[in-house]
Design a protein around this ligand. Structure first.
Ligand code: KG4
Ligand code: ZN
Length: 331
């Protein structure tokens, strides 16, 4: 079955073709317009999706030498995400499905992030723990089986990626903050300052990054702009160390609590090499294994949506054409 995946939940306009065996094409157009604002502007995001979506779909078809008529199903993200952005992808998917007379299915974006692991590691079998860490979400999930999830903990305020982005903005190093902070942190001194780690109540698998964000802000106010500029890489590293400590320790705790030996990473923050290294180190001590998708499948992409959608459509599970965007959809 040849399935077209569409993803427009945030600031990436993406379309992909998955045939059940291989991801034949995965075109991602990241909207650069938000960089000058240091964050995503929802109205600009939905307008950009409208401008880009048809050419992104055409490009994914061209790359695979397929025509619209060859498609046998359509999978599209319908939540969570920005309402206006979701609406663009969903409307295009419905229009195509209706005119081509093929089934379509709305996919939970978070389920897509989890399935990115299956895309790159087809041998991975549930049960396992997955840490979803992106710009919009940070949660620990027990994947009991494919399509069966139990959320163990989630952030009570900012997502990990959101904290990276806000600290990136504070330090004036551009948007998104994640890749810029990771790069800067390589030259930093780990003993420069110790920022607080919020572990919350004993045994909690929830997250909180707002205290850490405030601590970094207060530190820059205390030392002033000149010293902040001098210590940019030290601050970046000490901030990153705190985020990674929390993500790593909570992931190991989740696996221990559920008696799991496997942990997978998902979402944009999973690209971070220091996070991957620290998790491998901690997991080794506990005889656990760690896996993550290719970087291009960690950040938002339609390939992961096409992959999970293909599975549902094969099972003849489809969505009604009355499906609406669900900005606050949970796993
Ligand atoms: O999964 P994603 O593309 O979009 C959402 O679903 O939110 O994740 C984007 C987030 C951004 O906050 C970005 O700063 C973060 O992932 N990110 C990183 C890195 N690359 C992207 N965070 C830390 N280190 C990175 N190398
Ligand atoms: Zn995402």
């Amino acid at each position: 079955m040849i399935v077209l995946g569409i993803e427009t939940s945030c600031d990436d306009t993406s379309a992909a073709i998955f045939d059940g065996q291989s991801l034949r094409s995965n075109i991602i157009s990241t909207q650069l317009i938000h960089q000058r604002f240091g964050g995503i502007v929802p109205e600009l995001a939905s307008r950009s999706h409208i401008q880009l979506i048809m050419s992104v779909i055409k490009e994914t078809l061209n790359q695979t030498d397929l025509q619209l008529q060859n498609l046998q199903g359509i999978a599209v993200t319908y939540g969570p995400g920005l309402a206006g952005s979701l609406l663009v992808g969903l409307s295009v998917a419905k229009g195509l499905a209706l005119s081509l007379r093929i089934p379509f299915i709305g996919i939970n974006h978070l389920e897509g992030h989890v399935w990115a692991n299956r895309l790159d590691h087809p041998e991975i079998d549930p049960p396992f723990i997955v840490l979803i860490a992106s710009g919009g979400h940070t949660q620990l999930v027990l994947v009991k089986d494919w399509r069966k999830y139990k959320v163990l903990g989630r952030t009570r305020d900012d997502a990990a990626g959101e904290a990276y982005d806000k600290i990136g903005k504070l330090l004036g190093i551009g948007f998104p903050g994640g890749p810029a902070i990771e790069k800067l942190a390589k030259k930093g001194n780990p003993n420069y300052v110790r920022f607080p780690r919020a572990f919350l109540e004993e045994g909690s698998l929830d997250f909180s990054f707002s205290g850490l964000k405030t601590a970094v802000l207060n530190h820059t106010i205390m030392i002033g702009p000149k010293k902040t500029k001098e210590h940019l890489s030290d601050i970046a590293l000490c901030f990153q160390d705190a985020v990674i400590d929390i993500l790593t320790q909570k992931s190991i705790l989740a696996a221990k609590k559920c008696g799991m030996q496997k942990i997978c990473l998902a979402g944009g923050v999973a690209v971070n090499k220091s996070l991957q290294k620290q998790l491998i180190l901690y997991a080794k001590e506990e005889n656990m294994t760690i896996a993550w998708p290719l970087p291009v499948h960690c950040t938002d992409n339609a390939g992961m949506i096409a992959c999970v959608g293909h599975d549902y459509l094969q099972r003849r599970i489809t969505s009604s054409l009355t499906l609406s965007p669900a900005p606050s959809l949970n796993l």
